[in-house]
Design a protein. Structure first.
Length: 189
């Protein structure tokens, strides 16, 4: 088994690039989070086929890439179920330029809406709040990448980032399929 790597943006992006996988790490994380928040079950490994189809032209995923995707998927489950609300978006850290972080947040919400839409096709299944979140995420995805490096922009970015983080958790709380850990006898890690 490939060694587990630390799930920070730079490591995930480097692994994807090393596999000639033309996708943004934030978009993949957003898509996986979207399907999880829309009711995808923990035990279902069909997410690998979804990623292969959307981002790899159905050409098959290497073992290294599958291991990374499984690790991301498990981490999303672990943090979204955490009572301490440890779930975070996979985006570049604060040392990176605001433009890089803004782009990453934009593709994260695009990925989230894609994954959410693939899993949750019936809008009557969710509340006005979730409908508003999906609409807001579409607006956030279209925010300008022409961000100036200022204290005001940083503050706005962090407020939007926190809104996205909490909103994803709200979607999961409403529609997510909580795993039955007794029945499945699996440990999320």
């Amino acid at each position: 088994m490939a060694e587990q790597q630390t799930l920070i943006f730079a490591n995930v992006q480097a692994t994807l690039g090393g596999e000639n996988f033309q996708a943004h790490a934030s978009e993949i994380h957003g898509l996986l989070t979207g399907i999880v928040c829309a009711g995808y079950t923990f035990e279902d490994e069909g997410y690998l086929a979804i990623i292969n189809d959307f981002f790899n032209s159905g050409e098959g995923l290497s073992k290294n890439l599958k291991d990374l995707l499984k690790q991301l998927y498990g981490d999303i489950w672990q943090t979204i179920l955490d009572e301490n609300f440890s779930f975070q978006l996979l985006i570049p850290d604060d040392d990176e330029a605001i433009v890089e972080r803004g782009t990453a947040m934009s593709v994260w919400v695009q990925g989230f809406n894609l994954g959410f839409g693939l899993q949750q096709k019936n809008k009557s299944n969710y509340s006005k709040d979730v409908e508003e979140i999906i609409s807001d995420f579409a607006d956030i995805a279209n925010l300008s990448n022409d961000l100036e490096d200022s204290e005001e922009t940083e503050q706005a970015f962090f407020e939007i980032l926190e809104y996205v983080r909490i909103s994803a958790q709200l979607c999961f709380a409403e529609l997510g399929a909580k795993p039955d850990m007794q029945a499945s006898n699996k440990i999320i890690h």
